[in-house]
Write a protein that binds this ligand. Structure first.
Ligand code: SF4
Length: 469
């Protein structure tokens, strides 16, 4: 920053932006670190700022003042710098620095079409919101390959206003369409909004704001999140509930501290700490240093929520890992009964793109349901859920499988070799584009803009994927 001339005739242009802070870099005296949503950051060189005019940053780091320059000129020039900085955001998760793509109203990236972010609508009254990616755990079975051992190199964060507005538009559309499985019923549809990112929602810095905005949408009846609860505290829960959250789905696969840490991939796994069984099922040797995963604390938080807010639904959602955590799930059932929670057991499924723990076999669904029935009668609890989702209208598909079409590249996709694009002529849908340039991706050489020709390989449930031709 330069010295300010106190006697200057032009007082200067004071610029202040919501969610933006300016900090002097601790590593480089020539760099200002732009902090966004208190979580993400981008570097701006002082030389670049000085090209606008002499500048200064306020003590609270919230304002930047340019001196001896017309306010409109300063604002216009600074907005260009800001836009480039927001396009180059990073964050730190699990001690790793990662690129993060901010998807906002003016980013040109639609919120419908990609599974990794935005809105997933499968044509029912339950709509999924995916505001962020990134996870503080590293579960051995993670179906979305999140956490410290993830192969992906980019994360996404969506502007809460953009997400809430698009959700409102979708709900309005559904309300205005004839409900497919109801003929003359005038009953309004009640929508369940499920915040279920490919990652951990408590890492989304605008979760409270998003919940608040969603709760104000007409006909939204319930708002739930799927969380690993490692970051959940009683006061965070209070704030989320106050904002409008009605349900916590907590993924917790064991109450045994050692085993749950191993399943969550947060403990350094060495030959000495492994027993024969666990040694066979995991190949992870990584540690998540930034997370304290403490099942005792999670149990306390659950009990506290149920005591303070008995009306709030909590569903404990363990994943059945065959041969590893059956007894643990029985313990979870007992804990749920004691605390008046529900239990929604998930069967472990192998996903091509997810992590597959060694020696854990997928249980046939018939056997899985037999086990649930056995536990239902043993513990007098309802485990086989029959969610009453209302079938609703869905946006018409904009392309079909096999179509050949152009797409405009917008940013990197989540996984190596993937891009995110927008379908040409269908600017309201984004698409995941698979390329063969995995090595190009890794070395940063993959094309990140322009148009590519693609063949559609998936056009279902409003989700689109294509192969670059
Ligand atoms: S908590 Fe969920 S998203 Fe995170 S690593 Fe575990 S399974 Fe994956």
């Amino acid at each position: 920053m330069t010295q300010i001339d106190e006697n200057s005739e032009m007082p200067g242009a004071i610029l202040e932006f919501e969610d933006i802070e300016f900090n002097q870099s601790e590593q480089d005296s020539e760099v200002i670190v732009l902090k966004f949503m208190k979580t993400y950051y981008s570097n701006i060189s002082k030389t670049e700022l000085e090209k606008i005019a002499k500048f200064d940053i306020s003590k609270d780091n919230k304002k930047i003042t340019f001196y001896d320059v017309n306010e409109n000129v300063a604002e216009r020039k600074f907005n260009l710098i800001l836009s480039r900085a927001l396009d180059a955001l990073h964050w730190k998760i699990n001690g790793q620095e990662k690129e993060i793509k901010y998807i906002h109203r003016n980013s040109g990236i639609p919120l419908f079409g990609c599974i990794g972010f935005g809105i997933v609508d499968r044509g029912t009254s339950m709509i999924e919101l995916r505001p962020n990616t990134g996870c503080n755990l590293n579960c051995i079975f993670c179906s979305v390959d999140e956490g410290i051992s993830s192969r992906k190199t980019i994360d996404y964060v969506v502007e809460p206003d953009y997400l809430a507005e698009e959700l409102n538009n979708l709900i309005e559309f559904k309300k205005n369409q004839r409900i497919q499985n109801q003929t003359k019923s005038s009953e309004p549809i009640k929508f369940s909004i499920f915040i279920n990112p490919a990652g951990e929602p408590l890492l989304y810095p605008k979760l409270k704001e998003l919940i608040k905005k969603v709760s104000l949408i007409e006909n939204v009846e319930t708002i739930s999140i799927m969380t690993n609860a490692a970051l959940l505290t009683s006061s965070i829960a209070d704030e989320l509930i106050e904002s409008g959250l009605t349900q916590f789905n907590i993924s917790l696969s064991s109450l045994d501290d050692k085993k749950s840490k191993m399943i969550a991939g947060t403990k350094l796994i060495t030959e000495t700490t492994l027993n024969t069984e666990t040694k066979l099922i995991t190949d992870s040797e990584l540690i998540t240093e930034t997370t304290t995963y403490d099942t005792g604390k999670i149990k306390e938080v659950i009990s506290s929520i149920k005591t303070k807010h008995p009306e709030i639904k909590i569903i404990l959602a363990p994943v059945l890992l065959n041969g590893l955590n059956q007894e643990d799930i029985e313990q979870i059932i007992l804990f749920a009964k004691e605390t008046k929670c529900e239990v929604g057991i998930q069967n472990y499924l192998k996903y091509k793109q997810g992590r597959t723990p060694k020696k854990i076999k997928q249980v046939e669904f018939s056997d899985f349901f037999d086990l649930l029935k056995k536990w239902e009668s043993k513990y007098d609890i309802d485990l086989i859920k029959n969610y009453k989702l209302v079938k609703t209208a869905q946006f018409e598909p904009v392309v079909k499988k096999g179509d050949i079409i152009k797409a405009e590249i917008k940013c990197l996709g989540r996984k190596p070799g993937e891009l995110i694009g927008v379908l040409e002529g269908r600017s309201s849908r984004s698409i995941t584009i698979l390329t063969e340039s995995i090595s190009g991706y890794a070395s940063g050489e993959m094309k990140k803009s322009g148009y590519v020709k693609i063949k559609i390989i998936r056009a279902k449930d409003g989700l689109y994927s294509g192969i670059k031709l």
